[in-house]
Design a protein around this ligand. Structure first.
Ligand SMILES: Nc1ncnc2c1ncn2[C@@H]1O[C@H](COP(=O)(O)OP(=O)(O)OP(=O)(O)O)[C@@H](O)[C@H]1O
Ligand SMILES: [Mg+2]
Length: 255
């Protein structure tokens, strides 16, 4: 990343101030490794920020107010659920089920159900074109043509899949995320629960773009659910805002 920025020369490396986001479930050893690599890359002043906090800032939540807000970041590898208040993470839950598992589920489903082998890229495309979290959608996408190799004959073939099938294929993984959300809500102190009841849940991360996922989480929790404006970039945007407010935000971890 830093080489890509192409600043300074080989002899005069500018002193850089960095904010790097880390998953909230990171271990001390991993944290140390992030700090070391940042320093080796020329970071003179390095700060770390927890991803759910960065996501919340990126979404536009006032993280310092004395109000509880729940943010869920469904990325590729992990889903992180956090309750934030007064500039801190009050409780959080992180599980290793997210967008990439959805993709794997689709690959597996196509093999089992349709006897067709597809690659990861095709599975990802299916997820984006006809992926769904609910078997009934208000604006359903059209069936999608999938090409792959027939498991029996070895010959290329094409079949059509509907979003209903994909909703079925993803059901188990989504249930795991739902369980994690419920357990995070259970851990939440009652005063903050009352706030979340009013403001609802914020979703960020690429995985949150799955059709109907917001509605499904809303049905499960009976809470309003809002998807971030640009969910794929919420964490990066929040980290950028943190960099501009280094002196103001007390929750940045000084490396
Ligand atoms: N339109 C879409 N519908 C469903 N999933 C999508 C869509 N666009 C992207 N994704 C998925 O979002 C995931 C990537 O999201 P994101 O960039 O937030 O993850 P990440 O931050 O790289 O991962 P992590 O937070 O786990 O380290 C991928 O699994 C990708 O397939
Ligand atoms: Mg992420």
């Amino acid at each position: 990343m830093i080489k890509m920025m192409n600043i300074g020369s080989r002899f005069f490396s500018p002193s850089m101030r960095m904010v790097i986001c880390i998953p909230s479930g990171i271990t001390e050893v991993e944290k140390r490794a992030v700090q070391d690599s940042a320093e080796h890359a020329g970071g003179k002043e390095v700060y770390l920020i927890h991803e759910p906090m960065a996501a919340a800032i990126g979404i536009g939540v006032d993280v310092e107010e004395p109000m509880g807000n729940m943010v869920i970041d469904i990325g590729g590898g992990t889903s992180e659920i956090a309750v934030i208040a007064l500039g801190g993470i009050v409780c959080d839950k992180s599980i290793r089920v997210a967008g990439d598992d959805f993709t794997n589920d689709i690959e597996e489903y196509m093999r089992r159900q349709h006897n067709i082998l597809i690659g990861e890229r095709t599975a990802e495309q299916i997820k984006i074109e006809v992926g769904a979290a609910l078997p009934e959608l208000e604006n359903p996408p059209e069936d999608f043509a999938v090409r792959g190799r027939d498991l029996m004959t070895g010959i290329p073939k094409e079949i059509y899949v509907s979003y209903k099938e994909i909703a079925h294929a993803l059901d188990k993984s989504i249930s795991k995320i739902e369980e994690a959300i419920l357990s995070a809500l259970e851990m939440t102190p009652p005063e903050l629960s009352a706030d979340i009841y009013k403001t609802g849940i914020y979703l960020a991360g690429g995985g949150s773009m799955l059709r109907g996922l917001d509605k499904r989480i809303s049905q499960k929790t009976k809470l309003p659910v809002h998807i971030a404006e640009d969910p794929l970039r919420a964490v990066a945007r929040g980290t950028g805002i943190a960099l501009k407010n280094i002196d103001k935000f007390q929750f940045l971890i000084k490396a």
